[in-house]
Design a protein around this ligand. Structure first.
Ligand code: ADP
Ligand code: MG
Length: 230
């Protein structure tokens, strides 16, 4: 479903002597897999995810996602690709002047859903993330964990095949962190391929999933589910 072969990426000048952000990454992810990407700050986790969302281009290597070979991907098809990939970030990126309901509905409208579809889908995804009772609240009236749940509802509303969560718990306290970790697991159980980055080993253990470790842009370990990650 996701395949990276010999992918390297350097920001700025290709020929500078700065270390590359990604250095010869090989990674294959199967449909419905949950993969944790662990590594310290600056190790290249976000850059790796940006290879998959096509936010950044690799200098070298081959990327194929859901059968789409990025070498032959026309610019006009990028929006279509992005609709198949939901993304959530550490800082939620909610619209502050819209309610919970409207934040999710807005994403569906942009994606071309009709009003009737939107009215049907929004309550269902808010129920999934446990926020039906907060649908008329503004983001400022929510806890951090609730905000992240809105962001997750918004990104899964379009039923993406892949959910990318880039340090989704980075701004959350412990209780909210476990809430989000459990929700992401649930979304994976429902059939979505999930990539989850973190630098927190406790989260790695709780997720109990295949874990890929990145150090200085290199993939240094790929630990299958069930084995202890150190
Ligand atoms: P992580 O997500 O693991 O913290 P990143 O992928 O954000 O790591 O960064 C990897 C390396 O690339 C770091 O050295 C970082 O400073 C550099 N980097 C990331 N984004 C940019 C950018 N837009 N321009 C220049 N350098 C960048
Ligand atoms: Mg990052």
């Amino acid at each position: 479903m996701i395949s990276l072969e010999h992918v390297s990426k350097r920001y700025g000048k290709v020929k500078s002597d700065e270390a590359p952000a990604l250095d010869d990454i090989n990674l294959n992810i199967n449909p419905r897999e949950l993969v944790v990407i662990v590594g310290s700050s600056g190790s290249g986790k976000s850059t790796l995810l940006k290879m998959i969302t096509r936010e950044e281009l690799p200098d070298k290597g081959k990327i194929i996602v859901g059968g789409i070979d990025y070498d032959t991907l026309a610019r006009k098809h990028i929006p279509h690709l992005r609709r198949r990939i939901g993304v959530v970030f550490q800082d939620f990126k909610l619209l502050p002047d819209r309610t919970v309901y409207e934040n999710v509905a807005f994403a569906l409208e942009i994606a071309g859903h009709t009003n009737a579809e939107t009215k049907n889908i929004v309550p269902r995804v808010l129920d999934l993330v446990g926020l039906l009772d907060k649908m008329n609240k503004l983001p400022a009236q929510l806890s951090g964990g609730e905000k992240q749940r809105v962001a997750i509802a918004r990104s899964v509303a379009r039923q993406p095949r892949i959910l990318i969560a880039d340090e989704p718990t980075g701004n959350l306290d412990n209780r909210n962190t476990w809430e989000i970790v459990d929700l992401v697991k649930k979304i994976n159980d429902l059939g979505t391929t999930v990539l989850f980055t973190t630098h927190n080993l406790e989260i790695v253990h709780r997720l109990n999933a295949r874990t890929v470790r990145i150090e200085d842009g290199r993939l240094v370990a790929d630990v299958p589910r069930g084995k202890v990650v150190k």
